[in-house]
Design a protein around this ligand. Structure first.
Ligand SMILES: CSCC[C@H](NC=O)C(=O)O
Ligand SMILES: [Zn+2]
Ligand SMILES: [Zn+2]
Length: 408
């Protein structure tokens, strides 16, 4: 399927590269251009198009292919439109040019995360429509802003809107992560982001003296306790080949703040941590553990949360879940091997699952190095096109899942 020259390029690849050139890059994404792009796709494909402004300047675009049985719940195909910033000097090609090399690799920010998936959905729907298919369940494609900075102005608000409930989503697909092997990774749950800032207060004074009870020494104790916990989780992951990254709790010390001069002992210092809490953790006990590390460090050590997700959900990956049964059956029929895992990072799936809609995180990218958020993010056009084939098989199966007990 690799094209030799631009004149022979597969039209789906050309469309993908057009979308990659839209600069929806944080912190100032050009969302207007993205919305216009999807409106034009809706027009070309003859799909319904709805724009929902969830916050000023933050529009969710919904493209709809109605099913034949409106009594059934719908399939939601979600993708975010924003991408993370780049360090341009570390790229081999301009990250917003969608350069394709002679082997067929397309270099661009968003090539894996997740502009590929948006176009793969659209192109699968286009093919199925052109072939004259109709399915019982409605298929909605949602193109949402703000995911890369937490989705607070995107999916978090959208799931609370009447327009979201009107979609009557029964099942959702959202992003996954590439897999370097022949297999495909599929995510059935996510770790919960807890962003914690520990602030320590103590006695100030002259930097030449042995001051007692300083902010720094107490902060050091908390940092040590947390990094010791990190090491324990890391060892647990390393020593058990059955455990994948998302199954343990991770933490990184990501910020240290405080101090004004070399010779002034500061009265306040703080440390910020990015925790990703595994879904099987007892959240209450874990928070108590954090509090007790602060208390053990001494007086005047407190913590606050900048982010604290409290609703982890697991989408079942057995045949008790008819959506999983349909999804995995197609993969089996196509000889695709699946590796079900817990997403280490946080995606919009958490908001979708939290309102009771089962969701799988799946980017149909195998034999692809994991380059999301990295320099030289790229995707081979053949892998991209294979992904369109995969959705072209998945969508008919999902949109034809028979009425669930709750729907009859
Ligand atoms: C926790 S809000 C930030 C969401 C972000 N998502 C993708 O990278 C992440 O850091 O996982
Ligand atoms: Zn993403
Ligand atoms: Zn991302």
């Amino acid at each position: 399927m690799t094209s030799k020259g631009p004149e022979e390029e597969h039209p789906s690849v050309t469309l993908f590269r057009q979308y990659l050139r839209i600069r929806t890059v944080q912190p100032k994404p050009d969302y207007g251009a993205a919305v216009a792009f999807f409106e034009e796709r809706a027009r070309q494909l003859g799909l319904g198009c709805q724009k929902v402004e969830v916050a000023p300047g933050y529009v969710v675009t919904v493209l709809t292919w109605p099913g034949t049985n409106p009594a059934l719940s719908s399939i939601l195909l979600n993708s975010h439109t924003d991408v993370v910033p780049v360090f341009k000097e570390h790229w081999s090609h301009d990250p917003f040019e969608a350069f394709k090399d002679s082997e067929g690799y397309i270099y661009a920010r968003g090539a894996q995360d997740m502009k590929c998936v948006s176009i793969q959905y659209l192109e699968a729907v286009r093919r199925l429509k052109v072939e004259g298919h109709r399915f019982p369940r409605t298929i909605h494609m949602t193109f949402v802003p703000d995911e890369e900075v937490g989705g607070h102005q995107g999916m978090e608000l959208f799931v609370q809107r009447p327009e979201f409930h009107a979609l009557r989503a029964g099942f959702a697909l959202d992003e996954g992560i590439a897999n370097p092997t022949d297999a495909f990774t599929v995510f059935y749950s996510e770790r919960s982001p807890w962003w914690v800032r520990v602030t320590s207060t103590g006695r100030p004074g002259h930097g030449s003296l042995f001051i007692e009870d300083t902010a720094a020494e107490k902060l050091h104790k908390v940092v040590s306790s947390i990094l010791a916990f990190r090491e324990k989780e890391w060892q647990r992951l390393q020593s058990n080949p059955h455990l994948k990254e998302g199954a343990v709790t991770s933490v990184n010390l990501t910020k240290l703040e405080g101090g004004v001069a070399y010779n002034v002992v500061p009265a306040t210092m703080s440390a910020s941590f990015d925790f990703r809490v595994a879904p099987d953790v007892d959240f209450k006990a874990f928070e108590e553990q954090l509090q007790s590390w602060c208390q053990a460090a001494g007086e005047g050590v407190t913590l606050e949360f900048a982010q604290k997700w409290m609703h982890p959900q697991v989408t079942p990956t057995d045949d008790s879940n008819p959506w999983w049964a349909a999804f995995s059956r197609v993969c089996k029929d196509m000889n695709l091997s699946l590796e079900p895992e817990i997403m280490p990072a946080a995606t919009d799936s958490r908001y979708i699952r939290a309102v009771g809609v089962p969701a799988l995180g799946f980017s149909p990218l195998n034999r692809t190095p994991v380059l999301l958020h990295d320099h030289d993010e790229r995707l081979h056009e053949a892998v991209f096109l294979r992904g369109v084939d995969i959705y072209t098989r998945l969508l008919p199966a999902l949109a034809s899942v028979p009425a669930l007990p709750s729907e009859s």
